[in-house]
Each structure stands twice: as structure tokens, then as C-alpha cells.
Design a protein around this ligand. Structure first.
Ligand code: GTP
Ligand code: MG
Length: 370
């Protein structure tokens, strides 16, 4: 993108500098002087006010873009499925994950309520991996979906057998349907004496869930996060669905992913990134939104430093210049120059948006006055 000083723009437009400056002020620019630098886009908008039709080279090629979807994805290796656990509050999402991960997140959580999107991958005895996302809110998912991204391959809809379908169960159902993501129902807490599995099933059917028991294709698994009953079935069902979905990704090429979460820890700015394709390694340059990072280190969900993170892996990325935003796409840049150029370009785009908004407002005000 080009830049031009007010003085040079005045020369280009054939105007006297002090006349031009006062006209810029009339246009609504505040505190302009001859040495002010305008972006190419701002200069173009000003030039249009003087009846010119300027051409601006916005350096289209300076941005980073995701790689095109390969023509024949069946030749790519399989990647771990990404599974999101959703359901009503207290129905046992974290307990189920906790069982799967065989640690005790529930006990570490303040008041037992999930504070953040947790992401981790489980290695099964078969060697297969499943990546789980535990999400109390849907903000980051909504933001990603607005950009056409389904971070998750499937949803596990957790319904407590002693509480049945509740408002957030329906919310989760709505999200899964809107995102066209297949889901598996996990009826949890079946160890409880008040558990009523059939009640849950008929409630779900009432809300249009076509359960396999009733001839539909939505799988149902009865589990207890407390006793572990049915948990192997749940894993099997996940792998079965994953096999049907045939989830593949290229571990080579420039990496791509999504920011699931962004926080500041004593160790620095940390973003949890879900890698969708390619492989991230320390030393790589990445851009998320208008923020870049030279990856200082990568850590898994246990806080252990790792050398690389490939498709389907959630990973903590350290080394950001500014905190990236949850829901932003992460793209690897081949080198620092390209990362910087992309950030600069995106900044320009934003400013251009701002300036256009400003110009439109000025124009509107003027029309109102006339
Ligand atoms: P939020 O993150 O707050 O939405 O809740 P959650 O869905 O993650 O529920 P959580 O795992 O924190 O469980 C809520 C309560 O239910 C806790 O007291 C758990 O011990 C209990 N619980 C979860 N699963 C089971 C189960 O299978 N059986 C029994 N008896 N209790 C369970
Ligand atoms: Mg929870």
C-alpha cells in the first residue's frame, strides 16, 4: 500500500498547500498539516472529492490467505476428529471430559464451573486420537461460524438422565443444526437413582431429534461420568462417526488454524490454537487478525512444551506481539516480512473501512445541512 504526505497530495492535485489544508478541515479532517501522511486509500477518497478518479494499488497480494481445498482430499492422511461437548449447565460435560482425560479438572475449577474453553486431545489405547473441546459459551464458535468455519467435526450433546432436556440442551441442539454438524447424544448420570433414560429419549424425540432407537440416525449412548459406565461405547461411537465423516487434512504446507481462546498468563500472551491443516513449530511466523507472532514455544494442554502440532491438535501458542482474538483465523507466513506485510495490509483495510465510514458521515452531514 502506498502512502502520501498532505503536501505531495496537494502538488498532485495542483492545489496550494494552505488552501488544501483548510479544505481538508472543511471535509472534516481534524488537525491536518502539510507533513501528515495519508494512506493511499484516504488520499484516493480525497482526490475523488476533487473530481479525480485515482487508482490505488492496495497490494492485494500482501495478505495471507488459506490454501484452496485440495481436489482429491482422499489422498490426504486422516486427522483426529474434533469433538465439542455441549449441553445444559451441570449435566456433566466437564465430568465426562475429565473421565476421558483421567485427570481432575472438575476439582480444579472454581466452584466446578468451566471458566474457559478447554481443549485437549485424548490418545486411545488403539493409538487413535480424539480432540475434545469443552465450551460453556458459544461466542468463539459463533464468531468462527460467521466466517464459515466449523471448527468442530461433531457435537456430543450431554443430557442428564435425572434432569432431561433443558433450555441449554435445546440451545446446543440449535447450534449443532445451524452449523450442520452431526451429533451424538450422551445420556449422562445413569448411575443416579432418579435416572430416567426413556424420559430423556422421548423428550428428545419431541424436539425433533431422530434417535436411532426410533429408526433415525442419531446415535445415543448411556453413560456415567462418575462410574465410567458406557464411556468406551462413547469413544467407539465417536470413532465410528469420524470414520463415516472421513476427516482428512494435509500436515504439510503453510499451517492454518483458529484461535479458540486468548489469555495473558504469567508466562506471557497465550493463545489456544486449534490447528486445521499444516504443522506449527517453534520459530514459525503466524498472523491472526491484525496480530502476528514468531512462535516462541508450543505447549500441550498439560503445559508441556512440544516440538510440533499438526492437524486436529489444540496447542497453546506463545510469542504474540499483541493478544489475538478468540475466533480469529490463524495463518502461517513463510517469513517475518510476509507476516508484517499481512498485518500492515489488514491494518490498512481497517483504516480504509474507518475512513470510508468517516467520509460517508461527512457527506451525510453536508446533505443534511443543505
Ligand atoms: P458447567 O460446566 O457448569 O455447565 O457444568 P458441567 O456440565 O460441566 O457439569 P459438571 O461436570 O461440572 O457436573 C455437575 C455435577 O454433576 C457435579 O457435581 C458432578 O459431580 C455431577 N456429575 C456429573 N456426571 C455425573 C454422573 O455421571 N453421575 C453422577 N452421579 N453425578 C455426576
Ligand atoms: Mg463444565
Amino acid at each position: 500500500p502506498e502512502f502520501i504526505s498532505v503536501a505531495n497530495l496537494a502538488i498532485a492535485l495542483g492545489l496550494k498547500i494552505d488552501v488544501f489544508v483548510s479544505q481538508l478541515e472543511e471535509l472534516g479532517f481534524e488537525d491536518v498539516g502539510k507533513d501528515n501522511i495519508l494512506t493511499g486509500e484516504t488520499a484516493a477518497l480525497v482526490a475523488q472529492e476533487y473530481g479525480f478518479e485515482p487508482k490505488v494499488d492496495m497490494g492485494e497480494d500482501e495478505d495471507l490467505r488459506p490454501a484452496p481445498v485440495p481436489e482429491d482430499p482422499t489422498s490426504l492422511p486422516l486427522r483426529p476428529p474434533v469433538v465439542t461437548i455441549m449441553g445444559h449447565v451441570d449435566h456433566g460435560k466437564t465430568t465426562l471430559l475429565d473421565y476421558l482425560r483421567k485427570s481432575s479438572i472438575v476439582s480444579q475449577e472454581h466452584g466446578g464451573i468451566t471458566q474457559h474453553i478447554g481443549a485437549f486431545s485424548v490418545q486411545l489405547s488403539s493409538g487413535q486420537q480424539i480432540t475434545f473441546l469443552d465450551t460453556p459459551g458459544h461466542a468463539a464458535f459463533l464468531s468462527m461460524r460467521q466466517r464459515g468455519a466449523n471448527v468442530t467435526d461433531m457435537v456430543i450433546l450431554v443430557v442428564a438422565a435425572d434432569d432431561s432436556v433443558m433450555p441449554q440442551t435445546l440451545e446446543a441442539l440449535k447450534h449443532a443444526r445451524a452449523a450442520r454438524v452431526p451429533f451424538i447424544v450422551a445420556i449422562n448420570k445413569i448411575d443416579r437413582p432418579e435416572a430416567n433414560i426413556n424420559h430423556v429419549k422421548s423428550d428428545l424425540a419431541k424436539h425433533g431429534v431422530e434417535l436411532e432407537d426410533f429408526g433415525g440416525d442419531v446415535q445415543v449412548v448411556c453413560v456415567s461420568g462418575k462410574t465410567g459406565q458406557g464411556m468406551e461405547d462413547l469413544e467407539e461411537n465417536i470413532l465410528l462417526l469420524a470414520e463415516m465423516l472421513d476427516i482428512r487434512a494435509d500436515p504439510g504446507g503453510m499451517a492454518e488454524g483458529w484461535v479458540l481462546e486468548s489469555t495473558i498468563k504469567p508466562i506471557g500472551r497465550v493463545a489456544t490454537v486449534l490447528v486445521k491443516r499444516g504443522t506449527l513449530r517453534p520459530g514459525d511466523y503466524v498472523v491472526a487478525g491484525r496480530v502476528q507472532a514468531k512462535i516462541r514455544s508450543l505447549r500441550n494442554e498439560a503445559g508441556v512444551e512440544i516440538d510440533e502440532a499438526g492437524p486436529g491438535m489444540p496447542v497453546e501458542v506463545l510469542g504474540w506481539k499483541e493478544p489475538p482474538e478468540a475466533g480469529d483465523m490463524v495463518l502461517q507466513a513463510p517469513d517475518e516480512g510476509r507476516a508484517k506485510a499481512a498485518v500492515r495490509y489488514r491494518q490498512e483495510l481497517k483504516e480504509r473501512g474507518d475512513v470510508i465510514g468517516q467520509m460517508e458521515q461527512i457527506e451525510k452531514d453536508r446533505r443534511e445541512r443543505e
